[in-house]
Every structure is written in structure tokens, then in C-alpha cells.
Write a protein that binds this ligand. Structure first.
Ligand SMILES: N[C@@H](CCC(=O)N[C@@H](CS)C(=O)NCC(=O)O)C(=O)O
Length: 231
């Protein structure tokens, strides 16, 4: 098995995905926090691992891998039969899982408009004053609620209790961290009954419970250690 070192941040939904994926695959890894609030992602040692200054990065036998979808797909492919599968066996279900993961990866998570996207927009429209910040916030909330509504309907058309069927897949690995990020943003997700039932179902599994943001050593109130061996 490869040696795996995860560099992440407790409040990063992308780090959260990787945590869940590695745990579902029952792969042992160590965790090293990178504090986004202190800007540690821009420090020289970290940019040498991840030139985009983003978390997470996974060191695989000492080599830095980035982008959670690519990382999990490659582990799935290369450890075929040696670790628990994140993709179902049927071709159609594999496509659906990948489509849901991609929907979160490209249409939902980046459009939460993190500070590094929001700030240049606010700078460019400085003359508009607080109106622009309020408009951006409204736009983000509207887009997220609309996209989550369509995701909820999509999942309603699929067999549960997980995103697709009776086992967690790559789709759940991507959806659950986004639900938690949306809640941290203060969005009201109560109308999305399928998503809420899915969330409860996933949290009943040890892999999801142990990967929860508040369980990480760098979360507020936790006793931070630089590296925790985990599975
Ligand atoms: N598509 C990337 C997303 C990575 C990403 O957006 N990471 C965020 C945290 S969730 C980040 O590091 N942002 C840098 C910052 O806030 O400065 C992946 O799946 O790994």
C-alpha cells in the first residue's frame, strides 16, 4: 500500500472529501493541518507541494498529488481490488456517480465564491460600496439553493438511501462535504428532504463521522497536533 500524507484544513470541503474517500477505502494516512485562516497555504513550504496554494494535497509515496477528484479516481484505478471501491460495478451507475461528483466539484463548490475569488470582484467594484458585497452574497445564495434543489430532485430519482443505492460511493464523498459547507454559510437546507436523509444516513457510518470537520485536530476546540495517524 502507498504511504499517504494528507495536508488539509478542517473547514475545507475539498479536504473533507479526501478524508471521507480515504476512510471509505480503508487506506491509512497521516493528517497535517494547513491553516487557511493564517494564510499557511501561501507559505513557501506548502506552495512547493501545491503551486495553486490550495488544500488538500496528498503525498503519495512522497509525491504531491492535487485535485480531489483526480486523486480519488487514480487511487480507485491503481488500487483496484486492494481497497474498498468508491465506484459501483455497473457502467451506468459509475457514470452517475462521476456526474454527481463533477456537479459538486465544478458547479457548486467553486461558486460558494471563496475569498480569493470574491476579493478581486469587490476590489474591482469598490466604487459601488457595500451594495456589491450584498449583491454577491445574494447571488451566491440563490445559485446554491437552486443547484441544491436540482441535486435533491436528481437524487430523488435514484434509489437510496445513499446517493445511488445501498452503499456509499464517490457521489456521497462529494455531496456530504458540500452540504456541510452550505450549512456553514448559513443556508437553510431544510426543504431538501432527500439530501437531509442522505446526510443522516452517511453520518451513521464511521468513515463519515471520523472525517467530520469538527473532529479534525485543527478544528476550533480540538487539541491540534501536527500529524495524526488515522484510518
Ligand atoms: N478542485 C479542488 C478544490 C480545492 C479548493 O478549492 N480548496 C480550497 C479549500 S476548500 C482552498 O484551498 N482555498 C484556498 C484559499 O482559501 O486560499 C480540489 O478538489 O482539490
Amino acid at each position: 500500500m502507498p504511504s499517504l500524507q494528507l495536508f488539509g484544513c478542517w473547514r475545507s470541503s475539498a479536504s473533507h472529501r479526501l478524508q471521507i474517500g480515504l476512510r471509505l477505502k480503508q487506506l491509512a494516512f497521516t493528517y497535517t493541518p494547513v491553516c487557511l485562516d493564517r494564510g499557511e497555504q501561501h507559505s513557501g513550504w506548502y506552495v512547493a507541494l501545491n503551486p495553486r496554494a490550495e488544500v488538500p494535497t496528498l503525498l503519495v509515496d512522497g509525491e504531491p498529488w492535487v485535485q480531489t477528484l483526480a486523486i480519488l479516481e487514480t487511487l480507485e484505478e491503481t488500487l483496484d481490488g486492494q481497497s474498498d471501491a468508491l465506484l459501483p460495478s455497473s457502467k451506468k451507475e459509475r457514470w452517475i456517480c462521476r456526474a454527481i461528483a463533477e456537479h459538486v466539484n465544478s458547479s457548486l463548490q467553486p461558486l460558494l465564491l471563496p475569498a480569493r475569488l470574491r476579493q478581486p470582484i469587490l476590489n474591482a467594484g469598490r466604487h459601488l460600496g457595500p451594495t456589491l458585497a450584498a449583491a454577491l452574497q445574494t447571488g451566491v445564495r440563490h445559485h446554491q439553493l437552486d443547484a441544491l434543489d436540482s441535486l435533491n430532485s436528481w437524487l430523488d430519482s435514484l434509489p437510496g438511501p445513499f446517493c445511488i443505492g445501498t452503499r456509499p460511493t464517490l457521489a456521497d464523498v462529494f455531496v456530504i462535504p458540500h452540504l456541510e459547507a452550505a450549512r456553514r454559510l448559513g443556508l437553510d437546507l431544510s426543504p431538501f428532504t432527500r439530501l437531509n436523509a442522505l446526510h443522516i444516513q452517511c453520518l451513521s457510518l464511521a468513515a463519515f463521522a471520523a472525517a467530520a470537520p469538527e473532529q479534525q485536530p485543527d478544528a476550533p476546540g480540538q487539541n491540534e497536533t501536527s500529524s495524526a495517524s488515522t484510518r
